[in-house]
Design a protein around this ligand. Structure first.
Ligand code: DOR
Ligand code: ZN
Length: 351
């Protein structure tokens, strides 16, 4: 098989940033073969109310008019059940929760879930989705570190699901066998996103290699195998959410490397190459196009195209530049995932 034809994909977890970085990244969504995406709210300041989400969506639509942007709010103490109802009416699709301090712009993340139960109740009633960054903060006294922070979070996922069985919850960017098993064991209202890079990386690939550093970090070979196997199975509650998270190269390469891997412009070429490497190319469409749309109950999209992928060996670009002439704001480069490395598939056309 040397060509694959698919509908444009659904990326249910993406960071589109702001300013000059947003100006570069947003048009790249369609370039990667994606026409609908679920947008993360961890900007500065965080997208914490309906007005901010609506304004951010308008900025994104101006940059990529054909793409459908599903918007989210950042879970925070000022979020009330009334604001949830208002957000739902305005078309905001969900709420993202970050535990405090675990990743980029999570300084205002949450410390306890119980106080949000009235908000979760309103979300359940309005049919909104709760997106969980599933890590607990590192704590040396309790032997919690980046390697076990996800596994130790899973009890919270179970508790929230048991308290709100009709609330749609997504465990975002799962990295462990334990997470896969937990999501499988819960009801149909619990889904799970998997990134491109966690299907490829293990701990050896990011330790000392700043461009592969992201949160949650990639784990053991057995964990990667569990992520791959659940895709091979074609499990419909596990779907694509790239967590593509661009940072200027100087911030990745500096002393305190920012977490995040940038995959947006090449999502489908990466996925076809990686899925083929573990014998799951036949699952590409379900994983990248169908299951995410179904979980989010997507009814209206601005545009769904047809992507043609062709088998061709070529190399991932070394960098993508942003800012510069005529563009207000910062200027720099973003190093993409697998920079300079060979890919086995290329997008031939998107119509
Ligand atoms: O690696 C990550 N980067 N993980 C996150 O949760 C946030 C993201 C970012 O915004 O840079
Ligand atoms: Zn993310």
């Amino acid at each position: 098989m040397d060509t694959i034809t698919l509908p444009t994909a659904a990326d249910m977890h993406i960071h589109l940033r702001q300013g000059s970085l947003m100006t570069m990244v947003t048009p790249a969504v369609a370039e990667g073969g994606v026409s609908i995406c679920y947008v993360m709210p961890n900007l500065q300041p965080t997208i914490s109310n309906t007005e901010m989400a609506v304004a951010y969506k308008a900025e994104l639509e101006a940059l990529a008019p054909k793409v459908t942007f599903l918007m989210s709010l950042y879970l925070n103490p000022a979020l009330t059940p009334d604001e949830i109802r208002k957000a739902a009416k305005a078309g905001v699709r969900g709420v993202k929760s970050y535990p405090r301090g675990v990743t980029t712009n999570s300084e205002s993340g949450i410390e306890s879930y119980d106080i949000y139960y009235p908000v979760f109740q309103a979300m359940e009633e309005e049919g909104m989705v709760l997106n969980l960054h599933g890590e607990i903060p590192s704590d040396a006294d309790k032997n919690v570190c980046v390697m076990n922070a996800e596994e130790k979070f899973l009890g919270h996922l179970k508790d929230i699901h048991l308290a709100f069985p009709k609330l749609k919850i997504i465990l975002e960017h799962a990295t462990t066998e334990a997470a896969v098993n937990m999501v499988k064991s819960l009801g149909d209202t619990v889904g799970c996103t998997i990134t491109v890079h966690h299907l490829q990386l293990i701990v050896d690939d990011w330790a000392g290699k700043c461009h592969n550093f992201c949160k949650p970090v990639a784990k053991y070979p057995s964990d990667r195998a569990a992520l791959r196997n659940v895709i091979k199975e074609g499990h419909p509650r596990f779907f694509l959410g790239t967590d593509s998270a661009p940072h200027p190269s100087h911030k990745k390469e500096g002393p305190d490397s920012c977490a995040g891997v940038f995959t947006t412009p090449l999502v489908l070429p990466y996925l076809a190459t990686i899925l083929e490497s573990f014998g799951a190319l036949d699952r590409l469409r379900g994983f990248a196009c169908d299951f995410g749309r179904a979980f989010y109950e997507v009814k209206n999209e601005k545009w769904v195209g047809e992507v043609k992928l062709v088998r061709e060996e070529w190399n991932t670009p070394q960098k993508y530049s942003f800012g510069g002439e005529g563009i207000v704001g910062e200027k720099g480069d973003v190093v993409p995932f697998m920079a300079g490395k060979p890919l086995g598939w290329k997008i031939a056309s998107i119509n």
